[in-house]
Design a protein around this ligand. Structure first.
Ligand code: NAP
Ligand code: HSE
Length: 429
């Protein structure tokens, strides 16, 4: 049988693992693909002289993209180089030439997924992107195949390992955000420029992909409301813990009556909820389906071998489709009109930390504002503040719509007895 020839774009963290798995698992891969022999034909890199951490024949390396994307021998292109514009151009060109594509690139799929999938459909090619969300967790195939019979109403994800590592350390050690970020950078867990991770953009891109798949509706990155973790304080975490919550950066996608909302925000997660126990760099995706109920998928969200596992699983899927003559079937195509929820339709519980004047009547004024906007309270705690004359009030509301909460907060801004609204968090679990 003719070998299946693969071209790689990139031989970095993920590409190295892809080579290791293709070379090291050759026999198993053959058994899983009706004896297909997978051969790596060319690998695009930037620096031909760089020392590699996996053995590759130097003749396979090239710094010319055409050697991969315009190579008539190559059947499947694996894009693991990252970036958006070049990767987009290379993938579109490869598809134009009838090559199937596997990519780990969430930035690309979140921004240009519809264009790339449309080109693949036009050319009868497959494009798979399992590794783009939550690295080693097979969540994309689960949403497309495993839940094809169900109607998904909620997806909540810890889909960024860097921020989960930082929040876990802050919680376990009582450390401040800036100190933990610095330590994470020194250890190489966080990037030198951590903005995309800590400000929630990386998670937002992943939630764009997951919500599109889960709700069968074309969600854009701009539909995702994003707030990162840089304003989370150790006091917030300590008060959350006292009340039985952990702070997690959650991607939250909800669908009700075909209206959807997608956000990324630091969230107080009740300790009884399984997402609260996801620690360190691990990822987890919680999916609620009308029929199945609660499910959760947990595992490594990044790293050489976990991510490469997903990439090579996609490669197997492409090969199986080639062998069955069913490539480019468009197994996933959003078919629902996108309708976004209004603030009145988005409901959750909230945690608020207020610094207030420590005098009679303050609590009455505060509860009066909640009652004015029909927000009911679950619990109210008051702490004397050791460092200044204010009192600290922590409030957990019952479920309230966001329009009402926005009104409450605007009113608090005007209320003379409130010195500052220190924190506002969504509450889950
Ligand atoms: P990386 O370590 O930076 O590797 C990138 C590779 O692409 C390198 O081999 C580099 O060449 C090559 N490259 C980059 N730009 C190039 C260009 N313009 N021309 C030619 N070659 C170029 O990146 P990575 O961490 O493996 O990530 C790859 C992709 O996987 C990204 O889309 C990322 O978001 C995604 N992903 C990564 C992880 C993870 O754990 N790292 C997890 C999930 C998804 P040189 O080696 O010569 O520099
Ligand atoms: N920067 C990402 C994270 C890598 O911290 O999870 C995986 O996409």
């Amino acid at each position: 049988m003719k070998p299946i020839k693969v071209g790689l774009l990139g031989l970095g963290t993920v590409g190295t693992g892809v080579v290791r798995i293709i070379e090291g698992h050759q026999e198993d891969l053959q058994r899983k693909t009706a004896s297909a022999q997978i051969s790596i034909e060319k690998i695009l890199v930037q620096n031909l002289e760089k020392e590699r951490t996996v053995y590759v024949n130097r003749d396979l390396l090239t710094d010319q993209a055409e050697d991969v994307i315009a190579n008539s021998e190559i059947d499947i292109v694996i894009e693991v180089m990252g970036g958006v514009e070049l990767a987009r151009a290379y993938i579109l060109e490869a598809l134009e030439r009838g090559k199937h594509v596997v990519t780990a690139n969430k930035d690309l799929m979140a921004l240009h997924g519809p264009e790339i999938l449309a080109k693949a459909a036009e050319k009868g090619c497959d494009v798979f992107y399992e590794a783009s969300v939550a690295g080693g967790i097979p969540i994309i195939r689960t949403l497309i195949d495993g839940f094809s019979s169900d109607r998904i109403t909620k997806i909540m994800g810890i889909v960024n390992g860097t921020t989960n590592y930082i929040l876990t350390k802050m919680s376990q050690e009582g450390a401040a955000y800036a100190d933990v970020l610095k330590e994470a950078q020194d250890l190489g867990y966080a990037e030198a420029d951590p903005t995309s991770d800590v400000e929630g953009l990386d998670a937002a891109r992943k939630m764009t992909i997951l919500s599109t798949l889960g709700f069968n509706s074309s969600v854009d990155l701009k539909d995702v409301e994003v707030k990162g973790i840089s304003q989370v304080t150790k006091e917030d975490i300590a008060y959350g813990k006292q009340l039985g919550y952990e702070v997690k950066l959650l991607g939250i996608a909800e669908s009700q009556d075909d209206h959807i909302s997608v956000s990324v925000q630091p969230t107080m997660v009740k300790k009884s909820h399984p997402l609260s126990a996801v620690n360190g760099v691990f990822n987890a995706v919680y999916v609620y389906g009308e029929a199945v109920g609660e499910t959760m998928f947990y595992g490594p969200g990044a790293g050489t071998m976990p991510t490469a596992t997903s990439v090579v699983a996609d490669l197997v899927a492409v090969i199986r489709n080639m062998q069955a003559g069913v490539s480019g079937r468009e197994i996933f195509k959003p078919y629902k009109e996108k309708k976004l929820k209004t603030d009145e339709q988005i409901s959750s519980k909230y945690f608020l930390l207020l610094h207030v004047d420590d005098k009679a009547g303050v609590l009455a004024k505060i509860t009066q504002v909640f009652s004015q906007y029909d927000v009911s309270l679950e619990s109210v705690l008051q702490h004397p503040n050791q460092h200044n004359p204010d009192a600290e009030i922590i409030i957990i509301t019952h479920g309230a719509n966001r329009a009402s909460m926005n009104n409450v907060i605007a009113e608090f801004d005007r209320l003379d007895v409130i010195r500052s609204i220190k924190s506002v968090y969504r509450v889950e679990g």
